[in-house]
Design a protein around this ligand. Structure first.
Ligand code: PHE
Length: 498
């Protein structure tokens, strides 16, 4: 932006309150009109400091041929001068002047400057003196292209002789704009290297610090909707007397994720399609409790505690493979194991809400990493009735009180039930979780007392979050395509607590 030109415009408006024509304004001050329009006027208009109305002007440009005539005389003058008082034939003139002669003869005859004598075939002057008005007009036009001094007739004639071209020129009438009074002299906000070098800092005026200004609003520190829902669910569990399990370990050995849960080593979920294996370190250290490993091996390989087992050769190496945990039940298992090591059994209610990883096909509702909510109760003589009761209470706190259970299969629970809830908003039954009673093949090798039963259930955190916030595609919620603005503006999570 040309700040000095801008100043000139502003000063003029301050003095005379309007500039009737930017074209005249520019030429009077020797300013380049196109620079005035493109880099000054447009910016001032954009800032609403000035307003401008366009004006169209017919503008006359003298062609190359016209400029030549303006300088050395028109063809008619040069022809008239060549003919002289003695007269000359058409051929003589044409051979002397060429095309100019041909054009000149036409013009001279038309103007009555020359006359053709039919007998002698010679051109003779009819006047003693001529004025080269064509060259005169062209000179005037090249000095002032908007010349209104020439008659329309003259301009038309020069145009038909291709000595001038017409062009429309756009200029503007300029008035003060809405924010004219807010225009301040340009003040420097920073001391720059250029100002130091040129010394212009000496005369520059600097913008003062405004200590009253409020700063930019801070962005950051927004809670992700998943975290908001997690917090609410944590409150439900805590309100029900549950303790939170430590879930800060994403890498788990297959032993705690699968084997200790009586999940056979050939189970399809364990192969590379569903599980992420670590390459470095690929294996964990063997479990220190060798007797426990033995009992786990035995229950898989040949059966124990009245169970037939799976009857396959169990491999400890396979159980040492490091993986990203596929469910938080790995943690529940470890917690139960530690509980079993206590001298006296203490009933426990545990929960966790954290991330798990599955090598699944990704779609609108599935990601390779998601969060699991998991709850379990270990106590003497619990029944499936207790399980259904606690699940009813838990889901009613989430706003879902109409539940249905459907038998299913998990390698580590028997019986196992899928949980369905009637979703008022969607008007249909949706699957909301999985549950069951942990098998003796899982609990007895840990040495939990035989009359201790563990009931447990699990669900994803993403499902209720998507339902609560009306998110259709999980990618908007989690991962690199996350919608940051939506995340920042989601309201607090309010569960339909009854
Ligand atoms: N671990 C199960 C899952 O990943 C959920 C579950 C937890 C099932 C506890 C039964 C008992 O889906």
């Amino acid at each position: 932006m040309d700040t000095t030109m801008e100043q000139v415009v502003i000063q003029e408006l301050e003095k005379n309150s309007s500039i009737p024509d930017s074209g005249i304004f520019a030429s009077e001050r020797g300013l380049d009109h196109s620079v005035l329009v493109d880099s000054v006027l447009k910016s001032l208009i954009g800032r609403e400091i000035v307003e401008a109305k366009p004006i169209s002007h017919e503008h006359w440009l003298v062609t190359k041929e016209g400029q030549e005539y303006a300088e050395i005389g028109s063809p008619e003058l040069r022809t008239f001068q060549s003919v002289g008082s003695e007269g000359a034939t058409v051929e003589e003139i044409q051979s002397k002047l060429g095309v100019v002669g041909k054009l000149g003869i036409q013009q001279c005859l038309k103007r009555g400057w020359l006359k053709l004598d039919k007998e002698t075939k010679k051109l003779f002057p009819q006047v003693t003196q001529v004025i080269d008005d064509t060259a005169e007009k062209l000179k005037r036009l090249s000095l002032n292209p908007q010349s209104a001094e020439l008659s329309l007739q003259d301009l038309k004639e020069l145009k038909s002789r291709k000595l001038v071209q017409s062009k429309t020129l756009k200029t503007f009438s300029i008035q003060k704009g809405r924010r004219f009074s807010q225009f301040h002299e340009q003040v420097a906000t920073d001391l720059s290297k250029e100002m130091m070098e040129s010394g212009s800092w000496r005369n520059a005026s600097f913008k003062e610090y405004n200590f009253e200004a409020s700063g930019k609003p801070l962005i950051g520190g927004f809670l992700h909707p998943l975290m908001k829902v997690r917090e609410q669910i944590r409150y439900i569990f805590l309100g029900m007397g549950f303790e939170e399990m430590p879930t800060n370990q994403y890498v788990e050995s297959s032993f705690w994720n699968f084997d200790a849960l009586f999940q056979p080593q050939q189970h399809p979920a364990r192969d590379a399609h569903d599980t992420f294996f670590l390459s470095d370190p690929a294996f964990s250290k063997p479990c220190k409790d060798r007797e426990y490993v033995h009992r786990v091996c035995k229950v898989h390989q040949q059966g124990a505690y009245g169970s037939l087992g799976y009857r396959y050769p169990w491999s400890e190496m396979e159980s040492q493979k490091n993986i990203l945990r596929t469910h938080t039940t790995a943690i529940s298992t470890k917690m139960l194991y530690h509980l079993a090591q206590k001298e006296h059994f203490v009933p426990k209610k545990y929960f966790s809400i954290d991330r798990v990883f599955r090598n699944e096909n990704l779609d609108a509702t599935h990601l390779a990493e998601f969060h699991q909510i998991e709850g379990l109760i270990a106590d003497r003589n619990l029944t499936i009735g207790d399980l259904k009761g606690v699940i009813h209470y838990f889901f009613s706190q989430l706003g879902m009180s109409q539940l249905k259970f459907k038998p299913t299969y998990n390698p580590y629970t028997e019986p196992s039930m899928e949980i369905f809830a009637f979703h008022e908003g969607l008007g249909k039954w949706v699957e909301v979780g999985n549950s069951g009673v942990f098998r003796p093949e899982m609990l007895l090798p840990m040495k939990l007392p035989e009359d201790v039963t563990v009931i447990a259930w699990g669900l994803s955190l993403e499902r209720p979050t998507m339902i609560l916030y009306g998110v259709r595609n999980i990618r908007e919620l989690f991962g690199h395509k996350v919608d940051m603005e939506a995340i920042q503006s989601y309201p607090l999570c309010r569960l339909g607590i009854e």
